[in-house]
Design a binder for this molecule. Structure first.
Ligand SMILES: *Cc1c(COP(=O)(O)O)cnc(C)c1O
Length: 402
């Protein structure tokens, strides 16, 4: 599949890209190479300085054949020159920050992003001498005003967790590049099936492989994608040294998950559309946010930037904490649990006050935007690939006592 990776359809890519039968045994499915070390040539160097993407395998923290197959597969799907797999989405984000930012640099970040990434920007980055400004990335004037000559990186997430607010990637890329900064997009909620940030002008893409790409809730992993000329030094100077590398076993599980990604994304989007319409018509539900609903404030942008609307939605009811207890106790199919993007449906309640206290330290204006999407709290529902009628019936019976 090496020569044709960019010229075949996404279903074919998902199955074949990056993988090749084992030349020794002819095994059709990828092997799991768990070996931590590899037999070396007598002139092999122990120094990472001599390391490049062509160096033979020497030690699994530097590179591993199973992990490399996964990296090639994700790169092909995202049409990226390079991909580095990490032990988690957060390890990928940390490696990007280490690579792109140093003391004296400035980061402009979305005011609402994955909680741990936001919290890292609140505490760890300032301790390293990086100045951070958080902006509402859907407000391009706010972004323009925040950029300074020291701004090295603009960091966005779309659709963002947990609000499902969208960022116009092409517009933000233009603003970042005009200022000499790079743009990173966390595309975990969209997946390469739905949005291609690099084609829209982003420099780096991040995925938590734990979510839709792995897709089955049984392996944590992350990926960072971008230009080969940058990822090669990033692997050498950051990934190998900070050490948050992916286990070959998890790489194998995630590769198997990716084989069905386009199929699953069709089911997730169809199911989420059906559940969103059901909830919007439910008398006890006060608001539903789903990029595919005409009621989403950025529905037009969603239609432009997303090939389908993925499987994430949020909803509100009058009394969130009471409904949270009902859902946790009464749901029979949907699991009341964190995380998302699994074949199983998952729902979790996120109280606004908790989010604002712990993760998102917002200005009054930013808080108004947060509350426009989330009220006093939202249920984040990751719609799985079960029959949508069963999911609606499960929600109906669980919410009945409200
Ligand atoms: C889960 C998630 C992450 C972090 O990924 P882990 O694999 O849990 O470290 C980052 N960004 C988004 C949008 C996520 O949903």
């Amino acid at each position: 599949m090496h020569n044709t990776e960019h010229s075949v359809g996404i279903n074919t890519l998902a199955v074949h890209a990056g993988e090749s039968p084992d030349p020794a045994t002819g095994a059709s499915a990828p092997d799991i190479v768990m070996s931590t070390t590899f037999i070396a040539e007598p002139d092999a160097t122990f120094s990472v300085e001599g390391f490049d993407e062509e160096t033979p395998y020497i030690y699994t923290r530097w590179g591993n054949p199973t992990v490399a197959q996964l990296e090639r597969k994700v790169a092909a799907l995202e049409e990226a020159e390079g991909c580095i797999a990490f032990a988690s989405g957060m390890a990928a984000i940390s490696a990007l920050f280490f690579h792109a930012l140093g003391a004296g640099d400035h980061l402009v970040m979305s005011d609402v992003a994955y909680a741990a990434a936001s919290e890292m920007a609140n505490e760890l980055l300032p301790r390293m001498g990086v100045r951070v400004t958080k902006v509402n990335m859907s407000d391009l004037a706010e972004l323009r005003a925040a950029i300074t000559p020291e701004t090295k990186l603009v960091y966005a997430e779309t659709p963002c967790n947990p609000l499902l607010r969208l960022t116009d990637i092409a517009a933000v890329a233009t603003i970042a590049h005009d200022a000499g900064a790079r743009l990173a997009v966390d595309s975990t909620f969209a997946t390469p099936v739905v949005t291609r940030p690099l084609a829209l002008g982003a420099d780096y893409v991040i995925h938590s492989l734990t979510k839709y790409l792995g897709g089955h809730g049984d392996a944590i992993g992350g990926a960072l994608l971008g230009p080969a000329a940058e990822l090669a030094p990033l692997r050498k100077k950051v990934a190998i040294r900070t050490g948050g590398i992916l286990s070959p076993f998890n790489a194998w599980l995630i590769m198997r998950g990716i084989s069905t990604l386009p199929l699953r994304m069709r089911a997730h989007a169809a199911g989420a559309g059906a559940v969103a319409r059901f909830l919007e018509a439910h008398p006890k539900v006060t608001q539903v946010m789903y990029p595919g609903l005409p009621s989403h404030p950025q529905h037009e942008l969603a239609r432009r930037q997303m090939r389908s609307f993925s499987g994430m939605l949020t909803f509100q009811v009058a009394d969130g904490p009471v409904a949270a207890r009902l859902l946790a106790e009464r749901l029979r199919i949907i699991h009341y649990a964190v995380s998302l993007g699994h074949h199983r449906s998952l729902v979790f309640y996120l109280p606004t006050l908790d989010m604002l206290t712990t993760s998102f330290h917002l200005t009054a204006e930013q808080e108004a935007s947060y509350r426009a999407f989330a009220g006093d709290g939202i249920f984040r529902l990751s719609v799985g690939i079960e029959d949508p009628d069963d999911l609606c019936a499960d929600l109906e019976q669980a919410l009945a006592p409200l």
